[in-house]
Design a protein around this ligand. Structure first.
Ligand code: UDP
Length: 270
């Protein structure tokens, strides 16, 4: 298995939920500063047209693949598959996803990563801050997680916005909380762009992570798909039924992304 695979110019570490969450905890303990990203196919497409976002993803401490589509792409890039093979294996993404776990081992979602980190830091003197989501959502998610993981220290929550006008006020609030880990729920790419702008200005935060709609799921504002759907890579279908307005994002992840990857295979080396 390779240590790292680059998909559309973005490097992904070959890691697992367990290892990635330990990496975050160890980084905080060792005073390492930076941010972690959980790119999905749609974010990779966005990075192709937004060079600032691409740069942000390239400079993260760790990128974990949040989407079976990335595991599918990594398999064919690593094995130097031809276009036809890549196309023919697309149904396996749903029928036999384990087929794509030989190059990158595991899909690591932002939602799972965040909760595993919370579980681990509940046993350590490491604390965190939840930023983003609609008013009240972060606080509700914090209350739920503090009950679920006794000892977890969530030093502050704020709904806020990625608007530059609010930046100084939010930075002050986070500094005052003395948080070690910052979870940001502004959705991609806003959260990653915001994090990259502020990470070096934050006094106590060592690690920041964009977590998309995770606080909505934890608070019960939105319902996450059943585990079996997550396992076979159909979480997107569940979200489409819940939020039909996401159709363009889902079209990008399920149609545009595979086309982009397939057309890059067999191409002269670039
Ligand atoms: N959000 C926010 N401020 C904004 C835009 C979005 O707090 O200006 C929040 C939104 O309420 C939601 C999260 O960002 O909680 C984005 O969730 P989404 O489902 O878009 O993210 P995904 O899980 O698809 O990455």
């Amino acid at each position: 298995m390779p240590k790292e695979i680059t998909v559309l110019g973005i490097p992904f570490k070959n890691t697992t939920l367990e290892k990635a969450s330990s990496f975050v905890v160890d980084s905080v303990k060792n005073g390492k500063k930076g941010y972690i990203c959980t790119p999905n196919p749609e974010m990779l497409l966005e990075s192709q047209r937004n060079s600032t976002f691409k740069n942000v993803l390239k400079h993260s401490l760790l990128n974990v693949p949040d989407g079976i589509g990335i595991l599918w792409a990594a398999t064919h890039i690593y094995n130097k598959s031809g276009k036809i093979k890549a196309f023919l294996t697309l149904p396996l993404v749903i029928l036999y996803p384990a087929y794509f776990k030989k190059v990158l081992q595991e899909r690591v979602t932002g939602a799972d990563l965040m909760q595993t980190i919370c579980k681990k830091i509940a046993k350590e003197s490491i604390n965190c801050f939840f930023l983003g989501a609609a008013p009240g959502v972060a606080k509700k998610a914090a209350d739920i997680l503090e009950k679920k993981y006794p000892g977890l220290a969530i030093n502050g929550t704020h709904s806020g916005s990625p608007d530059d006008k609010e930046m100084d006020e939010i930075i002050n609030m986070i500094d005052k909380s003395e948080a070690d880990i910052l979870f940001v729920a502004y959705g991609a790419p806003a959260q990653e762009l915001w994090i990259s702008k502020v990470i070096n200005r934050l006094k106590t935060v060592k690690i920041a992570i964009g977590i998309g709609g995770t606080l909505d799921f934890i608070s019960g504002t939105k319902v996450r798909s059943p585990k079996w759907m997550q396992k076979i890579g159909l979480e997107w279908l569940y979200r489409l039924i819940q939020e039909p307005s996401r159709w363009r994002r889902i079209y990008n992840a399920t149609i545009k992304f595979p086309i982009r990857i397939i057309s890059s295979l067999d191409a002269p080396s670039s």
